[in-house]
Ligand binder design. Structure first.
Ligand SMILES: Nc1ncnc2c1ncn2[C@@H]1O[C@H](COP(=O)(O)OP(=O)(O)O)[C@@H](O)[C@H]1O
Ligand SMILES: [Mg+2]
Length: 281
């Protein structure tokens, strides 16, 4: 029997109120516990809308024509209150400014927990734990304006994982970050999945950062899922640059050198091994 999916999207179509066109058209998707799923597609293709349909902002805060169903951890999203859904789904915005607003980092991380009415000691324990996971203990007493964008993004993630959600959703989390900080952030996301067994959905254009860490990649075009599979499969099958994605230079080079064979190389080490094993004696 098929394992029950943690997230299940069934025949989902959605059009924002007052808008002429349908944004999502008959989307079907199953995501299992512990998967890291990368969602890619042109700007405006409906990626954020799909994420909102999973965290409940659609249909609870955005009105529109909604048909189909989404279930998260066995709960029907349209029929479950936001307060209940937000315990299961943590959402990281593109711009952490939208998420950080308290006087200090630790107050910020504890904010959601305070709203849950947890005892002080439990809040303290979880805030410390989340700061350790994100390696930001030294920032505990800093004010948000003293932080770099990368640090803000870590604080936002700490605030979300302190709530112990089953699902972490990141919508273009590296768009404001320099390549080094972006890489660090992606490493942390991988570590969080490994340590906590959390399920991760991430929208990210920079495939050089995420292709290797995701279990599955889904391509969305004009509100439809057009392709899904492992990053290697998807990248060998189609030219994802047609879908608004920056193909890693290593993948382009591997294709040019025709070493794509059984296993498309995704980083320089893999390309090197593929070249060595292909080389004539
Ligand atoms: N709140 C909204 N109200 C009306 N239209 C919206 C809203 N948010 C997004 N859209 C429209 O829905 C389409 C998909 O947007 P979005 O899901 O944000 O795409 P992506 O995240 O892939 O860039 C776009 O045409 C966008 O203009
Ligand atoms: Mg978006």
């Amino acid at each position: 029997m098929l394992r029950p999916a943690l997230i299940e999207v069934r025949n989902l179509s959605f059009r924002y109120f007052g808008s002429r066109s349908t944004v999502l058209e008959n989307v079907n998707l199953r995501i299992a516990h512990g998967e890291i799923v990368l969602i890619v597609g042109h700007s405006g293709s409906g990626k954020s809308t799909l994420l909102r349909a999973i965290n409940g902002l659609i249909p609870h805060q955005h009105n529109g024509d909604y048909s189909g169903d989404v279930t998260v951890d066995g709960l029907s999203v349209p029929r479950t209150e936001m307060s209940k859904l937000s315990l299961r789904v943590g959402y990281i915005f593109q711009n952490p400014e939208n998420q950080i607003f308290m006087f200090s980092v630790e107050r910020d991380i504890g904010f959601g927990l305070e709203n849950l009415g947890l005892p002080r000691e439990e809040i303290r324990r979880r805030v410390d734990w989340a700061m350790d996971v994100l390696k930001i203990r030294d920032l505990a007493l800093k004010a948000p304006h003293e932080l770099s964008d990368g640090q803000k993004q870590r604080v936002a993630i700490a605030g979300v994982i302190a709530m112990r959600p089953k699902i972490l959703i990141l919508d273009e989390p590296t768009s404001l970050l320099d390549p080094f900080t972006a890489r660090e952030l992606v490493r942390l996301v991988l570590k969080i999945r490994e340590d906590l067994g959390i399920t991760v959905l991430i929208v990210e254009h920079r495939l050089d950062l995420v292709a290797k860490i995701c279990d599955r990649m889904i391509v969305i075009d004009k509100g439809k899922v057009v392709l899904g599979g492992t990053a290697r499969d998807v990248l060998s099958k189609l030219d994802v640059s047609n879908y608004g994605v920056t193909v890693p230079s290593i993948v382009k080079l591997a294709k040019e050198l025709e070493v794509t064979g059984k296993r498309l190389p995704l980083d320089p080490e893999e390309l090197h091994s593929a070249l060595v094993s292909n080389a004539p004696l």
